[in-house]
Design a protein around this ligand. Structure first.
Ligand code: FPP
Length: 235
């Protein structure tokens, strides 16, 4: 046993938490509600959870709202999600600005309807410079696509790059790599989320369905994180 001084469980707060918000559909099904009701409950929870995380000292929260592969879902479900994005950016961008939270969206905007793209751009512009925390929404995002885009950009520039320079070509430029990645809803996989960025991220998996993953559960995940020993390849 190493003679390592044990930290207070709540002493180490991750600077950046990434969340795969899985289980909205099952949450709705259990209540005999349409899947859209699950996504709505998920959105509500995401807003509350991000604010709570910032109040605990977390600086960045990245939420996986729609993957590139999710575009294979029925059009009706996608339309429902686009509707939620519209609602969110229309109503919440101003609230975020007031609370000093910056919004950043990563993903391929070409996959989204024109008006949603415009609302996103306005939301990002309106909340620019928010210093209480940054909420990164991954919408139409794929980790592999992010990497391929960066590779092509490096090739276009015609100069070899270091790992650090490569990171700056990704959509997450300016955002530190996640310290903790939470996936709700039982599955034990990363599903094309922040592939490059999660090289040294600590993972936390829970069976709790995302709309039920509240403040207490987040506290538990942060506590589990603060007990991990991060060695980054060293001994
Ligand atoms: C995965 O659960 C969840 C999604 C594909 C959508 C998540 C989106 C939100 C919570 C809305 C976020 C809103 C904004 C404004 C960013 P699932 O539906 O696949 O769940 P299941 O596995 O139980 O079917």
């Amino acid at each position: 046993m190493k003679n390592r001084k044990k930290e207070e469980p709540s002493a180490r707060i991750p600077e950046h938490i990434a969340i795969i918000m899985d289980g909205n559909g099952r949450w709705a099904k259990k209540r005999l509600l349409p899947r859209s009701a699950g996504h709505r409950a998920g959105m509500k929870n995401m807003i509350a959870l991000a604010e709570y995380a910032f109040s605990r000292g977390v600086r960045y929260v990245t939420a996986f709202a729609l993957s590139t592969e999710n575009f294979l879902r029925p059009q009706e479900e996608l339309e429902g999600l686009f509707g939620l994005f519209r609602e969110y950016f229309k109503k919440n961008a101003a609230v975020m600005r007031e609370k000093g939270i910056a919004l950043k969206v990563i993903g391929n905007p070409c996959l989204l309807p024109e008006d949603v793209r415009r609302l996103i751009a306005e939301g990002e512009e309106d909340t620019k410079g928010g210093s209480e925390g940054t909420l990164v929404l991954a919408i139409g995002y794929g980790g592999r696509q992010d990497i391929v885009f960066a590779v092509n950009e490096a090739v276009r520039r015609g100069k070899e790059v270091t790992a650090e320079e490569f990171s700056a070509l990704l959509s997450t430029d300016g955002v530190p790599d996640p310290d903790l990645l939470i996936r709700t809803g039982k599955e034990l996989r990363i599903s094309n989320f922040l592939l490059w960025q999660s090289a040294y991220t600590e993972f936390y998996f829970t069976e709790t369905l995302f709309p039920d993953f509240g403040e207490k559960e987040l506290d538990r995940a942060i506590e589990a994180y603060s007990e991990r020993e991060r060695r980054f390849g060293k001994i």
